[in-house]
Ligand binder design. Structure first.
Ligand code: TIU
Length: 222
């Protein structure tokens, strides 16, 4: 019997064996000063409220034996996979690959590229390195989900309107059912956070469902 999670626009039926928790880009580069998010001119403290709810959901997913997938946005040290158009839109003194307090900005292997310690992947949990905003573009995420028989995704992470939204749109077009946990997502722009969630659940759930950690955990712990 699947669990029923209170959600909008309708309850979400959750079968832990067919569901993966996907935690998007909870990296130092987005959440801490001196990284990519700050280089883009953002107040990175706005993402902090998503950390504790993500921790609670991560613990519950591990407890339930669900597949947990972590993603990281970043590029090769030689920038071979970084579109010049992406780099060109950054300030000249803080571009992708430039040195910063957490190493080179948005580069794989640098300290800033790491997932924050509070949400560190456990041994055996796949980490998907992605060059773009969506977690399906130029990655092996879909192959991994298919191999495990995953049909549904619980989606958390940052930022709500950028990498979370892009990933949910990619997943929805591939036939995955996505439940986005509002308080486990964060944005530098509160109004974009709200709009991004509203877009997902509008029109009968055009891209998916929206709930929160409280309602998910209540159902999982019942
Ligand atoms: N800038 C911004 O809001 N987000 C990103 O660039 N990447 C992710 O959302 N991970």
């Amino acid at each position: 019997m699947p669990l029923s999670i209170a959600a909008e626009p309708a309850p979400f039926a959750l079968d832990p064996a067919r569901t993966a928790l996907v935690i998007i880009d909870m990296q130092r580069d987005f959440l801490e000063p001196g990284g990519f998010g700050a280089a883009l001119g953002n107040d990175v403290s706005r993402l902090a409220p998503a950390v504790a709810p993500c921790q609670a959901v991560l613990a519950a997913a591990r407890e339930a034996g669900m597949l947990v997938v972590h993603t990281r946005e970043g590029h090769r040290p030689d920038l071979a996979d970084c579109p010049p158009a992406k780099q060109a839109r950054m300030p000249p003194d803080a571009r992708i690959g430039d040195p910063g307090p957490m190493g080179r900005i948005l580069i794989r292997g640098e300290a800033g590229h790491d997932i924050i310690p509070a949400l560190a992947p456990a041994s055996g949990e796949p980490v998907v390195d992605k060059p773009g905003k969506g977690a399906f573009f130029a990655t092996d995420l879909e192959a991994m989900l298919r191999a495990r028989g995953i049909t549904d995704l619980l989606v958390c992470g940052v930022t709500t309107e950028v990498c979370v939204n892009t990933t949910v749109r990619e997943a929805n077009d591939r036939g995955y059912r996505c439940l986005v946990l509002a308080d486990c997502c964060g944005s530098y722009f509160p109004e974009f956070h709200e709009a991004a969630l509203a877009m997902i659940k509008a029109q009968g759930g055009i891209f998916g469902w929206v709930s929160d950690s409280t309602r998910l955990l209540a159902a999982m712990q019942a």
